[in-house]
Design a protein around this ligand. Structure first.
Ligand SMILES: [Ca+2]
Length: 90
């Protein structure tokens, strides 16, 4: 079963194992360095987090839906941090 919690856990493992800080992970996946993660950048992150290719697109959309508070369909640093913080306190 793939729940939001299990997906966020995989993202957390990716960040912990491959990056010094969540900031470093955010910068790494922000390909065009505009300070925001668009869907294609989030999908790349999900690929690295070993989320199944069948659901990556859907999960990316759901994450944007859930964490994009500003409504621009992008995940900025504050929104990314909110997701990461949620994992830590879960
Ligand atoms: Ca970007």
């Amino acid at each position: 079963m793939t729940t939001e919690e299990s997906i966020l856990n995989k993202v957390q493992i990716l960040i912990t194992n491959h990056f010094d800080t969540p900031e470093a992970a955010f910068s790494f996946f922000d390909d065009d360095s505009d300070g925001k993660l668009k869907k294609s950048e989030i999908v790349k992150l999900l690929k690295e987090a070993e989320i199944s290719g069948f659901i990556r697109g859907l999960v990316g959309s759901k994450l944007i839906e859930g964490y994009d508070k500003s409504g621009d369909e992008l995940i900025d640093w504050q929104e990314f941090k909110a997701a990461v913080d949620k994992i830590k306190t879960a």
